[in-house]
Design a protein around this ligand. Structure first.
Ligand code: GLU
Length: 306
C-alpha cells in the first residue's frame, strides 16, 4: 500500500508541482502509507530535450524536505511490462489524426453504431469496425495507434475533494502510433504493480480518473483513492509554467530565496503556518488541509527584485 508522486521530467518542477508533491507526501504519510516517486519519462522526444531534469527534480523534492521509499521507478525501463499488458487487452488500431478525432467527437452519435451518448471530446469509435482491407490500406498511410475497447462503460470514482465523479469511458489510446505506451496505460499499470492505493495529483487529471479506474479493474488491480489538488496558476489564471518567470527552485535560489523559504510559501498557500515541520504536518487535524483543492494564484513578478 503506497501513495505516489509521478512527475514527467520535461522541465524543472515549478511551484505548482512542488506543492502537489508536498501534498502527495502529506496525504500518504497521514494515511500511514509509503510515498513512492515514479519518473514518467515515456515521451522520449520531450524528455530527451531536457537532460538531467529527473535528477534535479529528485534533488528539489529532497530540498523542500520530502522523502520517499526507494527505488525510484523510471517508466522508460518498463517498456516490456507495458507491451505485455497491451497485448492482453482487447484493442483495435486507430488511424485518426487529432483533427479527425476532434471533428468526429463533435458528432459522436453519427459514427457510433450502438448509439451510446459519449461525453464531449470522447472518441466516438470511428475506427472500431474497419474491415481488414481498410485497415491494411490505412496502415500504409500511417501507423495506427491502439485503442482499448471500453464499450462506453460508466464508471464512478471517489475523490477526497470532488466526491463522486462519474464518467463514460471511451475507447482511449493505450499505445501511440510510434508504439510508445500512452500515459493512461503506463500510469495504471505502474500504480497497480507498485501497490499504489492513493493517487494525489493536480486536478487537471480528475477527468482521466474514471478511465484509469476502469482500466485498473480490467487488469485486476484495486481502484486507488483519488485526491486531486488545486493547480498553481499565474496572475492571468492560466496554469503555471516555466515561462511565467522565476518559478523553479533554481530560479528562485538565484534571486536569494532558498528551498526552506519556498517550502514556507507552499505551506502558506494552503493556509498553514510556513514554519511547520514534517512531524507537525502529520499531527494537524484533517481540516487543516481543506484548502488543498483550491487554486493557488502565483504572481512570480512579486518576488523579482528589480
Ligand atoms: N506524470 C503526470 C504529470 O506530470 C502525472 C500523472 C499522474 O499523477 O497520474 O502531469
Amino acid at each position: 500500500m503506497a501513495g505516489r508522486y509521478a512527475p514527467s521530467p520535461t522541465s524543472d518542477l515549478h511551484l505548482g508541482n512542488l506543492r502537489t508533491a508536498l501534498l502527495a507526501w502529506v496525504f500518504a504519510r497521514r494515511s500511514g502509507l509509503r510515498l513512492l516517486v515514479r519518473i514518467e519519462d515515456l515521451d522520449q522526444q520531450r524528455v530527451g530535450a531536457a537532460r538531467g531534469v529527473a535528477q534535479r527534480q529528485l534533488d528539489d523534492l529532497a530540498a523542500i524536505g520530502l522523502d520517499w521509499s526507494p527505488p525510484v521507478v523510471r517508466q522508460s525501463d518498463r517498456l516490456g511490462l507495458y507491451a505485455s499488458v497491451i497485448a492482453g487487452l482487447d484493442t483495435y488500431e486507430c488511424f485518426c489524426t487529432r483533427r479527425e478525432v476532434a471533428e468526429a467527437a463533435q458528432a459522436p452519435q453519427a459514427s457510433r453504431p450502438d448509439a451510446v451518448t459519449l461525453p464531449e471530446g470522447a472518441y466516438p469509435g470511428t475506427c472500431a469496425h474497419l474491415s481488414g482491407a481498410e485497415r491494411a490500406r490505412r496502415r500504409r498511410e500511417r501507423p495506427g495507434a491502439l485503442r482499448v475497447r471500453a464499450d462506453a462503460a460508466t464508471v464512478t470514482v471517489h475523490d477526497r475533494f470532488a466526491g463522486e465523479v462519474t464518467g463514460i469511458v471511451d475507447d482511449f489510446v493505450v499505445a501511440r502510433g510510434d508504439g510508445t505506451p500512452a500515459y493512461n496505460l503506463a500510469t495504471v499499470v505502474d500504480d497497480g504493480v507498485q501497490g499504489v492505493t492513493q493517487v494525489v495529483r493536480g486536478d487537471d487529471l480528475l477527468g482521466s480518473s474514471p478511465r484509469q479506474a476502469w482500466l485498473a479493474t480490467q487488469l485486476g488491480h484495486p481502484v486507488p483513492d483519488y485526491v486531486h489538488v488545486g493547480l498553481a496558476v499565474n496572475a492571468r489564471g492560466v496554469r503555471l509554467a516555466k515561462r511565467d518567470g522565476a518559478v523553479s527552485l533554481a530560479d528562485l535560489a538565484a534571486l536569494g530565496h532558498d528551498a526552506g523559504e519556498v517550502r514556507g510559501w507552499l505551506l502558506a498557500s494552503l493556509g498553514l503556518d510556513p514554519w511547520l515541520g514534517n512531524d507537525e504536518l502529520l499531527r494537524l487535524p484533517d481540516e487543516a488541509f481543506a484548502r488543498a483543492n483550491e487554486q493557488w494564484v502565483v504572481d512570480a513578478d512579486e518576488w523579482v527584485t528589480p
